[in-house]
Design a protein around this ligand. Sequence first.
Ligand code: SAM
Length: 217
Amino acid sequence: MEKYYPDSGVELSEFTAKNYDKVMNIASFGMYKKFIYRAISDMDIKQNDKILDLGCGTGRNIKLMNNYVSDDSLLVGLDISEDMEKQFNENIKGFSNIKFYNKRIDKPFTMDEKFDKVFISFVIHGFPHEVRSTIIKNAYDSLKPGGVFNILDFAEFDMDKMPFHHRFIFKKIECKYAFDFIKRDWKHILKNDWGFDGFKEKFYFKNYVRLLSAEKK
Ligand SMILES: C[S@@+](CC[C@H](N)C(=O)[O-])C[C@H]1O[C@@H](n2cnc3c(N)ncnc32)[C@H](O)[C@@H]1O
């Protein structure tokens, strides 16, 4: 895949994209499956929710969300990777309420539908900060009033205070944009720049990962 941001770690190599779910299972020492199951259950999904997943990857997350919704709901995944698109379509075969669009989330877009929830998981940290604003605007514009933006990603923490072995791994596997992402006050940004409110947080992996839910007023 052509890289738009050479320093980004979320624009994946062909090998990583093709083996993404396996790579995550191995990198998390087998804990990913349990973690993502818990995080999705923490999203408080309602039966008729329409959900938009930005940078949806293989469809593993949307398939889990599908356990909580009825056939009348709508689950839409957006991604730019053709390797992800193939796996997504394979994973969601037979579910007519789930759709995939090959679309860049770092450029302004408008969806035909408005959504109850927008979800973005381990994607937004991997962009330059000014580009993150476009992604947040896309999420904001895609939500109904009262809809919830769910960001599942690194929490805010001080890398220098991490135990050595955690810091070593984080520095080895993450890109420079992630080091910037963890320093920012995301509730402040979402509230002051975008007017989101009603924040809820759930933490995982020794508090290094957070599901931050923010309501569009
Ligand atoms: C680290 S993976 C996360 C995948 C998925 N959200 C998950 O949690 O399993 C990052 C994903 O973002 C996608 N991506 C990267 N840049 C993108 C862009 N500009 N527009 C849409 N998707 C993008 C990649 O193709 C990849 O599927």
